[in-house]
Design a protein around this ligand. Sequence first.
Ligand SMILES: [Zn+2]
Length: 113
Amino acid sequence: MAGGSAIRGSRVGAGPMGESERGESAPRVRVVFWCAKRHDTPIAFAHDVEVPETWDCPRCGLPAGQDEQNPPPPPRNEPYKTHLAYVRERRTDADGDALLEEALSKLRARRGA
Ligand SMILES: [Zn+2]
């Protein structure tokens, strides 16, 4: 078991770093995505990869499309209201106070104050 074999086995004949970039021969598809704020995001896809219709803009997070003149509209920020939200909305503040008062009085009664 010689100590030198491990060293000799690593990267013999490998070129300097960066060579793989220049020598890349795989065809690529360069697609530019545009978001509603006109940020351009060029993405290089491998030719055998299906190019998505939209891409999230890395700068603002909005969806970006391939049509510069007609980028996808930004999504609405208001989240869907849950059923509970509707219930809360219907209930007035006065109702809420009354419920709170009722709960407090029950609590006081239970404590026997
Ligand atoms: Zn953007």
